[in-house]
Write a protein that binds this ligand. Structure first.
Ligand SMILES: [Zn+2]
Length: 405
């Protein structure tokens, strides 16, 4: 997968300079709109400063900001042992040399994402809703998908694209606000008195077009790079777990959930395994959607009956998609060893208890919020809130008195 990693690094560079150029163009046009004489230069100046600040921030703190905005809290093994074990398994299977940091978002809506600039400081975040609705095999599928984003170096590309999309959206909002508070009228009086002519009218039209289309174009650009990433991560997950049904079931559960992810916004939405802002069946939204339709992703995964190698995924993708399109890079298609899917896990899936999963997820959230746990001899697990200040706690079932501290 070396070629893929290299090509992703190259794409990050193109994105870096391409978005920079777009920001500078927007700065120039918006500046000229408000002040035809020196506004353009001022606009370029501010755009370059903004670009430099954003690049520095996204490189050094981008993932931290995205995690914080999403309400994710870092957890250790004891908070949710099963999640930790699954991440460990998938880390070993994928061969990433670094252990990603694990984060939990306290939200009933099931979803997950990966972030980070390098594999060394990557992170995987899952919601408590994901932990309480998925069984072990489904969780494995989701974690394998996220680990694949880390292995393929998608995370830098996504983190950076997210920050740039945020910047362009912000600039167009500032522009429209300026227009609303009378900036445009200032321009009009100036231009009519000086009669600076057609050039200014062109700038004016260009500014409006950029303000409206800029964020949409940035989003389309973001879409173009992230759509293929999602298919590729699905393919890698099927190959890593050798159980595509696990991820397929997980995607189905996530798509069918009626909860809305509270912390998701336009910038963070494309990072998630399933776009938290859009629902299936919105035809127009599909055009600018950052994710391939979930139903198609599930169909492809379920059709991987013969094998789960990259070659198999590419074949099934073209069959279901109905047209030829390269989803898997050539370097991965040369893989000659067939990878067979594991069968018969479905029976084990039936032993999955929603009650247990829910309790474990609840416990994880309580630990996240500094609750203490005491296992009583009678089998009851006593949960002690962080503000409990008595020296002794009494077991509600057997009456045993436990000393604290
Ligand atoms: Zn993904």
């Amino acid at each position: 997968m070396w070629e893929l990693i290299q090509s992703n690094k190259r794409k990050s560079l193109i994105l870096f300079f391409g978005m920079g150029a777009l920001l500078i163009l927007i700065g120039y046009v918006f500046g000229s709109f408000y002040n035809p004489e020196s506004g353009g230069a001022v606009g370029i100046f501010f755009a370059i400063i903004l670009w430099m600040i954003l690049s520095t921030i996204s490189y050094f703190a981008g993932s931290k900001i995205l995690l914080a905005v999403s309400g994710a809290k870092e957890v250790t093994k004891d908070v949710h042992p099963q999640l930790y074990n699954v991440v460990e398994e998938m880390k070993i299977a994928s061969g990433v040399p670094y252990f990603p940091k694990i984060y939990i978002i306290d939200d009933p809506s099931p979803n997950a994402f990966a972030t980070g600039v390098k594999p060394e400081n990557s992170a995987i975040a899952v919601t408590s809703g994901l932990l309480s609705t998925l069984n072990r095999y489904e969780l494995q599928g989701v974690v394998a998908h996220e680990i694949s984003h880390i292995v393929n170096r998608d995370i830098l590309l996504m983190t950076f694209a997210g920050m740039m999309l945020g910047a362009i959206t912000l600039m167009s909002e500032v522009f429209f606000r300026g227009l609303y508070f009378g900036g445009g009228s200032r321009y009009r009086s100036k231009s009519s008195s000086k009669n600076s002519g057609q050039g200014q009218i062109i700038i004016m039209i260009l500014a409006l077009v950029l303000a409206i289309l800029g964020p949409i174009l940035a989003q389309l650009f973001y879409f173009a790079i992230s759509r293929k990433r999602e298919y590729l991560a699905d393919a890698s997950a099927a190959r890593l777990t050798r159980y595509p049904e696990g991820l397929a079931n997980a995607l189905e559960k996530i798509a069918n959930s009626s909860y809305k992810l509270r912390s998701a916004n336009k910038v963070t939405a494309p990072m998630y395994i399933v776009n938290p802002l859009k629902r299936e069946g919105m035809k127009l939204a599909d055009l600018t959607s950052t994710h391939p339709p979930i139903s198609e992703r599930i169909k492809i995964l379920r059709a991987l009956q013969q094998g789960v190698s990259y070659k198999d995924y590419q074949k099934v993708f073209e069959m279901i998609h109905g047209k030829k399109e390269k989803i898997i890079p050539d370097s991965a298609l040369t893989e000659s060893i067939p990878v067979a899917p594991i069968m018969g896990l479905a029976n084990q899936n039936k032993s999955f208890s929603h009650v247990d999963a829910k309790r474990e997820a609840n416990d994880a959230v309580m630990k996240l919020n500094d609750y203490k746990f005491i296992n009583c001899k009678c089998g009851v697990r006593i949960k002690i809130p962080p503000d409990y200040n008595q020296p002794i706690v009494v077991c509600p079932r057997c009456g045993t008195r436990h000393q604290l501290g």
